[in-house]
Design a protein. Structure first.
Length: 198
């Protein structure tokens, strides 16, 4: 896929998510390659966060109130969250009567992560050029990605009901957050004034 085709597909994902979801669901990749692709997306997301902190650092007063998370800890947390999210969307969707399997779920989530990274790059450059506009780009990107996820889950599990898809997503997010929180405790991430961070 050349850059033009890639960017066109990213744009079509945002404007016509159901169509792209259908196209992606027809693809078959080795599941090991998909997990590796997801791991790469996690690493790139952490690097993007570091770039944002360099361009627009958090105010010191606010930073002192935040949980202390090192890049390694954040990578582990994000990876755990994504693993829980992928498996939950697949399993909970089937519990709701859906038909999506783990491989197709992983394929769709990997592509959405790629689209998310493209949106973050746009946001980063926007923030560098005009900081106030960066926040608007972030909100627009977040809304677009949630809309895409809703349609992707709908196509994945053949629901024909965005409300049912929303139920699956909300349930999966709860499981993923709880799972990531358990990992946070296990790796000993510190709170301000607490134990040293990992």
């Amino acid at each position: 896929m050349n850059p033009d085709a890639f960017l066109r597909m990213v744009w079509q994902t945002i404007t016509s998510p159901a169509e792209i979801a259908e196209a992606i669901s027809a693809q078959r990749f080795d599941i090991r390659v998909l997990w590796e692709a997801l791991a790469l997306c996690v690493v790139l997301s952490v690097l993007m966060l570091a770039a944002f902190q360099a361009v627009a650092p958090m105010p010191e007063e606010l930073a002192e109130q935040m949980i202390v998370v090192t890049p390694l800890s954040y990578t582990v947390l994000l990876a755990a969250f994504m693993v829980f999210l992928v498996t939950s969307i697949s399993a909970i969707g089937r519990g709701f009567g859906g038909t999506g399997d783990l491989t197709t779920t992983l394929t769709m989530l990997v592509w959405l992560q790629i689209v998310s990274l493209v949106c973050r790059v746009v946001q980063l450059f926007t923030t560098m050029i005009m900081p106030p506009l960066g926040g608007l780009v972030y909100l627009a990107s977040l809304g677009a990605l949630l809309w895409c996820l809703l349609n992707f889950v709908n196509v994945l599990h053949r629901f024909d009901s965005l409300a049912k898809s929303a139920g699956v997503i909300i349930s999966a997010f709860v499981v993923a957050v709880l799972g990531a929180a358990a990992i946070l405790v296990l790796i000993g991430v510190s709170v301000p004034g607490g134990m040293p961070d990992v």
